[in-house]
Design a binder for this molecule. Structure first.
Ligand SMILES: *Cc1c(COP(=O)(O)O)cnc(C)c1O
Length: 363
């Protein structure tokens, strides 16, 4: 049996007729940018996330860039951000000219809330929370800290569609939330796509203007904006995927629970979960002493894996100018060296799950 690290088309094939019909419908509509599909998706997604407004944009990174821009955060401002995240989270901050102040993760891979207050200074304007691998960061605590210090909160929800803390959806805690619908995300489009959600009419309006060259009315440009729009085709596909979101999340949970129950090997540390959360298991990440050896062993047994992520943002070549060195964030660096993501895609068969488990237990 050969198992790839990720397989994207099983979810498509499961509901192929719906997607094919939608593609033809959009093609025949004669309207491809900012039309009925985007408008309907925005309404449906706001409703799903428990927020007032959703604005579709071209990608998750764009959502982050536009969110900080709409909040007026830029040159000279500090943003508290997790050291352990995908580099796009940090790019959302630095593309606006603001400085990320990185904070180490806890044992759940998310920002360690106990360390946030020490990182706040007089230039701090916001906290960026990321719900890594689909497990919510402690938003209740983050909101308390933000209120106490009068900070804005941006949520990077790219990996956590539908995740909850104590019954409240991620993306509905902070001032603005950023979503990616990149094909490999739990709710993935068939191309690039993203969105922001917010309860602020003002922020939603700012993003609407910014995504469309800075104009509200065609050819009347108020600010220098971007071209970052969600297109009709992707919005149409996303509306279909949203019909199955709870099914998608339940299946991710079934796979994760199978692994948690059946992988039994002292050399492999399974991911820990926090009480009271709805984890959506975007990635199933194990921790092991000799990570590369384990990855090679799995590859030799035809099981693909990936690493999320091998180089933390502070050590990326792109961020040399931040002046960080190896050893600055030891927990983050240790994770980067020891974590491994197992295949856990929607549509995984029982035989595939058993095979992965058996091979791991024999390691
Ligand atoms: C995928 C991802 C992004 C970027 O989204 P794109 O749509 O690929 O631009 C940002 N943050 C996190 C945590 C992500 O996983």
């Amino acid at each position: 049996m050969k198992i790839l690290s990720n397989v994207l088309d099983r979810e498509y094939l499961k509901h192929k007729e719906d997607y094919d019909r939608k593609a033809i419908e959009v093609l025949q509509s004669g309207w491809y940018i900012l039309g009925n599909e985007v408008e309907s998706f925005e309404k449906e997604y706001a409703l799903y996330t428990g927020t007032e407004y959703c604005v579709g944009v071209a990608s998750g990174l764009d959502a982050l860039v536009l969110a900080f821009r709409a909040l007026g955060i830029g040159e000279g401002d500090h943003v508290i951000a997790p050291a352990n995240t995908y580099i796009a989270s940090i790019m959302g901050v630095t593309i606006n000219g603001a400085t990320p102040v990185l904070v180490e993760p806890d044992e759940y891979y998310n920002i360690d809330v106990a360390k946030i207050e020490d990182a706040i200074d007089e230039d701090t304007k916001a906290i960026l929370a990321v719900h890594l691998y689909g497990q919510p960061a402690d938003m209740e605590r983050i909101m308390q800290i933000a209120e106490k210090h009068h900070l804005k909160v941006v949520e990077d929800c790219a990996q956590a569609h539908g995740a909850m803390q104590n019954g409240k959806k991620v993306g509905s805690f902070g001032d603005i939330a950023c979503w990616s619908f990149y094909p490999s995300k739990n709710i993935g489009a068939f191309g690039d796509a993203g969105a922001i959600t917010t309860n602020s009419a003002g922020l939603a309006e700012s993003i609407r203007v910014l995504r469309n060259y800075g104009s509200e009315k065609k050819y009347y440009n108020q600010v220098i904006g971007y071209n970052s729009r969600l297109d009709e085709m992707q919005a149409g596909f996303l509306r279909i995927k949203m019909r199955y979101i709870d099914e998608i999340i339940e299946e991710k949970n079934r796979i994760a629970n199978y692994f948690l129950e059946h992988i039994q090997n002292d050399k492999i540390m399974l991911p820990k979960t926090v009480e009271g959360l709805r984890h959506v298991w975007h990635q199933f990440v194990v921790y092991t002493e000799k990570r590369d050896e384990l990855a090679d062993y799995l590859a030799a047994n035809d099981i693909g894996t990936s690493i999320h992520y091998p180089i933390p943002p502070h050590l990326a070549e792109a961020y040399k100018e931040l002046g960080h060195r190896e050893g600055d964030f030891p927990i983050t660096e240790r994770y980067a060296k020891h974590i491994l993501s197992l295949p856990s895609y929607n549509g995984m068969t029982h035989e595939e799950m058993t095979y992965i488990t058996d091979v791991l237990n024999e390691y």
